[in-house]
Design a protein around this ligand. Sequence first.
Ligand SMILES: [Zn+2]
Length: 112
Amino acid sequence: MEGYIFEAAFWCQECTTEIKLDLEPIAEDDRDSSVWPQGPYDMAREESDSPDHCDRCQKFLENPLTSDGEAYVKEALLTQDIPEWGEFYSYLWESKPSSDELPEGSLGQYYS
Ligand SMILES: [Zn+2]
């Protein structure tokens, strides 16, 4: 998936296309992401400390995680149901915790 950086946040392609229509056209792109969206970046190469979502529509951008990011996602999914994270980062659960480590009703759908 491709993403853009604008105003210190990631944006999806669709929202970037829309925001460019609302921005004042610039004569020259000086690579300043506070002025004009920069990209596209290949999100598969944008390792991050948390899952990145589009700043405008919240679309999940499917970025890889650092070890801190992996810990964050594991922790978050113990208490929240976020299917898009659970599916995309399902490799995090290859080593299955024992069932008494898990709160009732959580995460079961992600184990196979
Ligand atoms: Zn978006």
